[in-house]
Design a protein around this ligand. Sequence first.
Ligand code: NAP
Length: 544
Amino acid sequence: MTQTQTSSATTQPTAAFDALIVGAGFGGMYALHRFRQLGISVRAVEAGDGVGGTWYWNRYPGARVDVESMTYSFSFSPELEQDWSWSKFYASQEELLIYANHVADRFDLRKDIQFETRVTSARYDEATRRWLIGTDRGDLYSVKYFITAAGCLSATNVPDFKGLESFQGDWYHTSQWPKAGVDLTGKRVGIIGTGSTGIQSIPVIAEQADYLYVFQRTANFSLPSDDSPMDPVREAEWKAKYREHRAAQLVSRAGADVGSIPDRSALDVSPEERDEVYEHFYRQGGFALLQSFNDLGTNLEANETAAEFVRNKIRAIVKDQEVAELLAPKDHPIGTKRICMDTHYYGTYNRDNIKLVDVKTNPIVEITPTGLRTTAGEYEFDVLVLATGFDAMTGPLLRMNIVGKDGIELKDQWAAGPKTYLGLTVAGFPNMFTITGPGSPSVLAVMTVAVEQHVDWIADAISHLEDQELAQMEPSEQAQEAWVEHVNEVADMTLFRHANSWYLGANIEGKARVFMPYIGGFGYYKEKCDEVAAHGYEGFVLSK
Ligand code: NAP
């Protein structure tokens, strides 16, 4: 077990650890806590000046989790589960950040996290069988295990808008929102983007700003999320039965204990009964509607009934029917892009200080010093908000410039799309572990559940290597190919390829179109990971 300070010459390592974790979001925090228990030396590096990852960066108005708070929390400490109380069914970004800080204090994590440090390079040195990790602060760490916990949605996408640098007002990407907040009182605001982020922030911005222009290229389906305070009865029930709920999460499709799975098709019931069922689940809020029937994710005709139900909701809420039609998505099946969760989103368009601008029909030509010009007209505003999303899943990894064996760069290896074994490891990149990497359920599962499962699996793998005095672990090309094939096979059984989504890399120009997360179900996936470990790390090459 090494932890040594070494030379500070630029080509020589400045320090050595057994493991280095990139990121101090929920994944990195738990990894740090868990790996310490293995008795190895471990350091985490984090670009921000605090913990919390997604909830540290995304401070935009209205930011909130779209999974019930009781579910979206760590399960590794029963004491933490019992002590912590969420104030709302769906926690706000502020509360989630307080929770992350509480966890960091409670488990004394900060002393092993190097903040305000970004990893800029990572190279596997075959001679020493160690990774050399460079940072923007001049560190060069030598480590045996390189663990990425850099998140799936952390590489900001700022589209290459002509004229952006000429804008004389202030502009902000929602994922880099200033800590001090932005006072939009009395301001004219323009927002580009109507994904989950835009949809959460638009109602809040419209309330504060003098006037709001929403530039929409693609309409998204959004469902109401419950903004009510936590029900003490529900909280008590969860706390009394936390172990049962957690066990149910681990065998579920998406890491959430959602009760029974429907066993009938949307096409097996009359239109009246179908709408009653949809109404029931719609009122529950959140993702419930998508679980009304068993074929909404696989049968276009069935899916269309749910899509039309939601479109009709939009038509009923939005008074101006031209605006309602623009807001009603018609270019993708419901649920094939990440469903959005909102609070009064559609109703916001009934205000008299908001205008929806269709930039699909009339695309944005350029940002001007005073606003924005489309092919149809010019719009003036003081503040520009970019809710334009992320280079998802692969972006955070590729931005680190990772080089594996034989000098192979990850970006070249993944030029035609990411290839991993179990979304945890990559052939040619020994001892590199990717928490919630592409090819794992990741963004299709409750994130806290997904990161805990990955960290536990990696911790067991490291233990195994240390106990057996093994130097490295790497998946075989064959095992990786078989996994990639399976990931694609299950994706092809769904309707997901019918949407131009970030799941497929379609939001980034030039990015390979490959369905990146694993959609075969979290429960099945966990079973597969456990099986691989139980069979002596089947599919891996372990060497002395
Ligand atoms: P997103 O879903 O990728 O949405 C980006 C938006 O920006 C889209 O409407 C996109 O339009 C638009 N856009 C991008 N480039 C553009 C351009 N050049 N011109 C015009 N419009 C442009 O990103 P996001 O809203 O940040 O959400 C990303 C993911 O983060 C979500 O899907 C979700 O998984 C997660 N998230 C979760 C929560 C939550 O838990 N509550 C909240 C926020 C985000 P097109 O669709 O036409 O490309």
